[in-house]
Design a protein around this ligand. Structure first.
Ligand SMILES: Cc1cc2nc3c(=O)[nH]c(=O)nc-3n(C[C@H](O)[C@H](O)[C@H](O)COP(=O)(O)OP(=O)(O)OC[C@H]3O[C@@H](n4cnc5c(N)ncnc54)[C@H](O)[C@@H]3O)c2cc1C
Ligand code: FES
Length: 259
């Protein structure tokens, strides 16, 4: 696992993808060196100039290029902290700790993989899809959203693999929940998912029915993000594990979910 570091990164672009989502492009300083980032890892960002946001906020690493040290983060306006991050002007600096947590597994060359994300949960699937493609695995993405205008990064995902879509209102792809999409009706060598818990439970149930191993990225509430406060623990077959250190990615065989 890559060594975690603390550094200031410069926002070189802030692109609003819709009313609720923004994509931040960050230039990391030379001091980070060859930082090893696993797909599924996250960073903790300090939100300055937001007096009631005391704690850093965990945000998945959407993409990272080791050569240029450019990182992208996809942010959804959830509350004060994330709204503040979405409104940061280009040229400003953010104080970051990372990379944190573990990552998703990359299956062997020639394997089949389904990467399913709902809403902001698509964020870690970009780097994961790229790493899988580099490893000779062509991923199928399953993107879930409330409506067509909230399907994020469709062009980028389409350039990496096949894309299946579910929208609640049927304005794009299949109408209904991602967990009910027909792409889930077959076996994959791995299913990786990130999004709201009911969606991940549905995806994991389908994966189990088809004999596919399944990894989920938990978005448990986090405070320290460093393993000290225990506010993010997840009950597992190995006892309570910290989502910020032993996770956020867990194989569903480890979890006590009712699948
Ligand atoms: C490992 C991990 C990776 C994440 N990756 C991303 C990402 O790539 N992009 C992104 O926009 N968000 C991501 N989140 C969620 C993000 O951290 C929260 O939305 C954020 O901390 C909320 O802070 P706030 O100050 O905006 O809102 P607050 O005022 O603190 O909360 C606003 C609302 O958001 C809910 N909320 C708070 N924390 C979380 C959480 N961890 N998960 C879901 N809902 C939460 C609160 O319950 C409340 O309803 C991630 C969370 C984790 C744990
Ligand atoms: S957030 Fe503090 S231990 Fe995980």
């Amino acid at each position: 696992m890559g060594k975690k570091q603390i550094f200031d990164a410069k926002i070189t672009a802030n692109h609003a993808l819709s009313e609720r989502y923004s994509m931040l492009t960050l230039q990391l300083p030379e001091s980070v060196g060859e930082m090893k980032v696993l797909p599924g890892q996250f960073v903790e960002i300090r939100v300055t100039d937001s007096p009631s946001t005391y704690l850093r906020r965990p945000i998945s690493i959407c993409d990272y290029d080791n050569m240029t040290r450019v990182m992208t983060l996809l942010i959804r306006r959830a509350g004060e902290g994330t709204c503040h991050l979405c409104d940061l002007p280009e040229g400003s600096a953010v104080d970051i700790v990372g990379p944190l947590g573990n990552g998703f597994s990359i299956p062997p060359e020639g394997s089949s993989a389904l990467l399913a994300g709902g809403g902001i949960g698509v964020a870690p699937l970009m780097l994961l899809g790229k790493r899988m493609k580099e490893a000779g695995v062509k991923p199928t993405f399953l993107l879930g959203a409330r409506t067509a205008s909230e399907i994020l990064l469709l062009e980028e995902f389409s350039s990496i693999g096949d894309v299946a879509i579910s929208t609640d209102d049927g304005s794009a792809g299949e109408k209904g929940y991602a967990a009910d999409n027909s792409a889930l009706s077959k076996h994959y060598d791995i299913v990786c998912t990130c999004g709201p818990k009911p969606m991940m439970v549905g995806i994991a149930r389908n994966a189990r029915r088809n004999g596919s191993p399944c990894e989920v990225s938990l978005e448990n509430l986090m405070a320290c993000g460093l393993g000290a406060c225990l506010c993010c623990v997840e009950p597992t077959l190995k006892g309570n594990l910290r989502a910020c250190v032993e996770g956020p990615v867990f194989n569903t065989d480890m979890l006590l979910w009712d699948l």
